[in-house]
Design a protein around this ligand. Structure first.
Ligand code: HEC
Ligand code: HEC
Ligand code: HEC
Ligand code: HEC
Length: 408
């Protein structure tokens, strides 16, 4: 989108991102430990290794790094992804993917369930990162949003607020957001005194501002955060008082229309800081300091809430199963062996990751049987895969004791 992309908000190249930024970017574990019980085991670094080993990278780029036969999997981030949706997307693309593989002489690599879990973690991770910030845009924003009326970035320290030059060492929007949250009450006071309205930040504004400040005052010092932990974030959400208002006085963060990247989410918190602060003092909610790592965890939790699958609808799932023609091969015990495994067997592993793994490994045979039987490859709309999984699970509870798809 931006012509100039000198700074990526979370490290330079993809290999950098994977090898270094996994530890520096707070988003690292956001999705590694999210929802469905089953993306939890994913490991981004291993996911990246599998992405290369299994040749995904020959066809798919992540942020322009890699092949361009398939879509860039780091982009197309307009909406929240959930494990069920990802499995559905994979299903829809199987025929095209397989034919491209054949055409380019790739044998489809087999993937274990564990491989797929790591790939899910990787794909969620890259989608939660912000696009690289643009320093030119950042400088404009610092002016147009009014920050520059109080902050300099050239160590002149002439402003009402502190000089931001030293902030060049913080590449991470979460650290910025945490600091801004900490200082919000005094900033708010300074703004009122100087008759400045609380500047609102949109989308990637904060990431551009960071890119600009870094381009001016980048120093060697770096502050590293560990990947955010959604489960720690859940506890902190209560401990820091967020849960006293969300949901209730404030919006339900699971259903609010929130952005998909951490940088943009941090901007939202900034926008609401003064209102939240005022409400907190009115309602006697103590404003407890939040460390950067804690905010990383809290944002992980909020993103995990957003990326959760809805609870699948079993009855609708059964209709989907029949309408898509799955039943004609998987329904009946007596013919099932000839046409495909019986449906109750499918029910054992009806999590998004299991489904994606099975599709990957059995897709070729299924596709072939379908074309023999004159069935066109069915395509899933949003949510249909989640309902289908719920139906399959209702047939046979998972022996692994994992949470049903869409719950939790
Ligand atoms: C030979 C090329 C090729 C290889 C290898 C390949 N893919 Fe794909 N993939 C494609 C093509 C082409 C599409 C787009 C299909 C379409 O538009 O219907 C696609 C689509 C996808 C999508 C859907 C993307 C979207 O946003 O719509 C995902 C996810 C995906 N592939 C994951 C993978 C993973 C994971 C691997 C490695 C295990 C892999 N692919 C290996 C060619 C490939
Ligand atoms: C009306 C003046 C004013 C405006 C406008 C303003 N700030 Fe501030 N800002 C301050 C003051 C005063 C402080 C110090 C507050 C404190 O010490 O708690 C501060 C603190 C900060 C800090 C922490 C700095 C440090 O070294 O501790 C950051 C980061 C920051 N502001 C960013 C911004 C950004 C980004 C914008 C624009 C979106 C902005 N500020 C707009 C007055 C302002
Ligand atoms: C005293 C009540 C209160 C507390 C405590 C509180 N919030 Fe809020 N929060 C609100 C209200 C009210 C809004 C909506 C404000 C608005 O629309 O300007 C909001 C908005 C938000 C938004 C933006 C939602 C959107 O749709 O853009 C986020 C994210 C958020 N809060 C996160 C948090 C987190 C994280 C905590 C704990 C650190 C927290 N809030 C603590 C009342 C609160
Ligand atoms: C034309 C027959 C046919 C249709 C229609 C069909 N399948 Fe299959 N399916 C098969 C066959 C055959 C296999 C076994 C492939 C193999 O052994 O590699 C299979 C395997 C599977 C597996 C892997 C099972 C395992 O034990 O790992 C899953 C999951 C699956 N199908 C789901 C579906 C779903 C969901 C639909 C409907 C959207 C569907 N199938 C439609 C024939 C079909």
């Amino acid at each position: 989108m931006n012509p100039t992309r000198p700074h990526r908000s979370c490290g330079g190249t993809i290999s950098l991102i994977i090898h270094v930024a996994v530890l520096t970017c707070v988003t690292g574990g956001v999705f590694a430990q999210t929802n469905s019980g089953d993306t939890r085991s994913g490991d981004i670094m291993r996911g990246w290794r599998i992405f290369r080993e299994k040749q995904c990278v020959t066809c798919h780029a992540i942020w322009d790094q890699g092949g361009h036969i398939g879509p860039d999997l780091g982009r197309s981030r307009t909406e929240h992804l959930s494990p069920g949706k990802l499995a559905g997307t994979m299903w829809n693309h199987i025929p095209k993917m397989l034919s491209r593989m054949k055409a380019t002489g790739h044998a489809p690599p087999t993937l274990t369930r564990d491989d797929m879990a790591q790939l899910f973690a990787l794909l969620f991770f890259v989608r939660s990162l912000d696009e690289p910030g643009n320093p030119i845009r950042g400088r404009e924003l610092l002016q147009s949003r009014g920050c520059a009326s109080c902050h300099s970035v050239d160590t002149s320290g002439s402003g009402i607020g502190p000089d931001l030059a030293k902030w060049g060492s913080y590449a991470n929007p979460i650290i910025w957001s945490q600091m801004m949250w900490e200082h919000a009450p005094l900033m708010d006071a300074a703004m009122k005194q100087n008759d400045v309205a609380w500047p609102k930040l949109e989308g990637s504004d904060l990431v551009h501002i960071i890119a600009y400040v870094r381009s001016v005052g980048a120093s060697a010092e770096k502050v590293y955060l560990h990947p955010g932990s959604a489960s720690r974030g859940r506890e902190l959400f209560t401990k820091k008082g967020c849960a006293q208002c969300h949901p209730g006085v404030g919006p339900d963060l699971a259903t609010a229309d929130l952005p998909v990247s951490v940088g943009a989410l941090a901007s939202r918190m900034w926008n609401h800081s003064p209102d939240m602060a005022k409400l907190m003092s009115e309602r006697g909610v103590e404003r407890r300091p939040i460390a950067a790592q804690e905010l990383a965890d809290i944002l992980s939790y909020v993103l995990a809430l957003q990326n959760r699958d809805d609870k699948g609808n079993v009855a609708h799932g059964e209709r989907v199963f029949m309408q898509k023609g799955c039943g004609s091969c998987h329904e009946r015990e007596e013919i099932a062996d000839a046409m495909g495994p019986v449906v109750t067997k499918l029910g054992q592993d009806a999590t998004p990751i299991d489904m994606a793994t099975a599709l990957w490994n059995h897709g070729e045979t299924m596709l072939q049987r379908m074309s023999e039987a004159g069935i066109t490859w069915p395509v899933f709309d949003d949510g249909e895969m989640v309902d289908l999984l719920a139906y399959l699970q209702s047939l046979k509870p998972s022996p692994k004791g994992s949470a049903p798809a869409g719950s939790k």
